[in-house]
Design a protein around this ligand. Structure first.
Ligand SMILES: [Zn+2]
Length: 407
């Protein structure tokens, strides 16, 4: 095992997240630097979803037991759910998924075919009674921040919507520098875990196969990996220990629209049943960050980095100028900090900040001429640039979420 890229170890060393036995196994908290990464990731996803026509909602983390009886979670998924809480005559449950809430939001008023495809998204918490919740990690957690989305659409629209979701996933991987190990078509297996509706399963599988093939994506079909309500395309990633995880997913579901009696009024004036496409672009925030930490060894793409620019005055004489540049970086929306000579030699300070994408050195010559000498995290050293130009170029690259540091 390559300990350098173990996200638990790096998460502790880099001050990204932690756990405490008093909070409990599988219930990590996020420290300020980790919260920065998470926040940037969430904002990126929300922005991409908005551009792709999703509308965001918020829904509560609790629901009545009855909600999950209707959705089918109670009979097919209860071993992964926290036990219900008694509240007077009612029983409420920590939600094991966001789908039922979204189905209820969909049916909160009459829907017309003109509104379809209706794309609803939420980055919201869900809970899993993971018995093996591991202290210190983000990959086996009991509280999960899910990047969920549901598209309510007609049967004719399913393939195009699933295609759109796959494109969001692939674009996110490009910007995040995450590599997909393989695509899996997850089919039902033997046993009573899956809702029985052979004809609907067949139709859903055929739709997903059509999407995969038309996109030219190679995939492997595997039995026993489907959701209880339908088949899915899972995007698999591999951690440094060679273990495979599902990060992103696209699912077709005829079952929950039936259970919740969802409908829309068609052009013919009659009621029709929509199909639900479930999709997660980055899966859970926890798993996505674990993958980012391990894949990049803590050297995040600049737009995700907790600190993007470190200002390094060579001596005391340059400290005031460096401090002023920190202010200019902050005003430009960059995350910057000062590492002054009291912290040690220049070489030691550069080593200490080796994961910071841009290290701006200010010596006497730079200070006199209003320049900075940029060192990039990858070891490149650039000729001194006017400070304003350096800042503008860094800001532009961060705003574009570029994965390379310089031209
Ligand atoms: Zn769902």
């Amino acid at each position: 095992m390559d300990a350098k890229h173990d996200h638990k170890k790096l998460g502790r060393e880099l001050g990204l997240f932690g756990t405490d036995p008093l909070i409990g196994a599988g219930l990590p908290y996020w420290l300020p630097d980790g919260a920065v990464v998470r926040h940037e990731l969430e904002e990126y996803v929300r922005g991409e979803e908005r551009r792709a026509g999703y509308r965001h909602v918020y829904s509560p983390v609790l629901g009545k037991r009855e909600l999950y009886e209707i959705s089918g979670h109670w009979s097919h998924y209860s071993e992964d759910m926290f036990p219900p809480m008694k509240l007077g005559e009612e029983e409420v449950v920590l939600r094991p998924s966001l789908c039922p809430h979204h189905a209820v939001i969909y049916r909160s008023r009459a829907r017309s075919y003109r509104e379809l495809p209706l794309r609803m998204a939420e980055l919201g918490p869900m809970y899993r009674s993971e018995l093996s919740g591991v202290l210190g990690g983000l990959t086996r957690v009991r509280a999960i921040q899910l990047n969920d989305g549901h598209i309510f659409c007609t049967l004719d629209q399913v393939a195009e919507e699933a295609r759109g979701a796959l494109r969001l996933i692939r674009e996110a991987y490009r910007v995040l520098g995450i590599e997909a190990a393989r695509y899996r078509l997850s089919l039902p297996g033997p046993g009573g875990k899956y809702v029985a509706a052979p004809e609907l399963w067949e139709r859903s599988v055929a739709l997903l196969v059509e999407v995969l093939e038309s996109e030219g994506i190679e995939y492997q079909a595997e039995e026993g990996e489907a959701a209880f309500y339908g088949p899915k395309i899972d995007v698999q990633v591999v951690d440094p220990q060679g273990r495979e995880f599902t990060l992103s997913t696209v699912q077709v579901d005829f079952h929950q629209p039936e259970r919740f009696d969802l409908h829309y009024i068609g052009a013919d004036g009659a009621k029709h049943r929509p199909v639900m496409v479930h999709r997660a672009v980055i899966g859970s925030v926890e798993r996505a960050v674990a993958q980012l930490v391990e894949q990049h060894g803590g050297a995040f793409p600049a737009w995700l980095a907790p600190v993007q620019v470190v200002l390094l005055p060579v001596g005391e004489a340059e400290v005031a100028q460096a401090a002023e540049l920190v202010e200019r970086c902050l005003a430009a929306g960059l995350r910057a900090e000062l590492a002054g000579p009291e912290l040690g030699s220049l070489g030691a300070r550069i080593r200490e900040h080796r994961l910071v994408p841009y290290q701006a050195v200010i010596g006497s010559r730079e200070a006199a001429q209003g320049l900075v000498a940029l060192r990039l995290r990858d070891g490149r050293r650039l000729d001194p640039l006017p400070a304003g130009e350096a800042l503008a170029r860094i800001s532009a690259r961060v705003a574009e979420r570029r994965t390379d540091l310089w031209d």
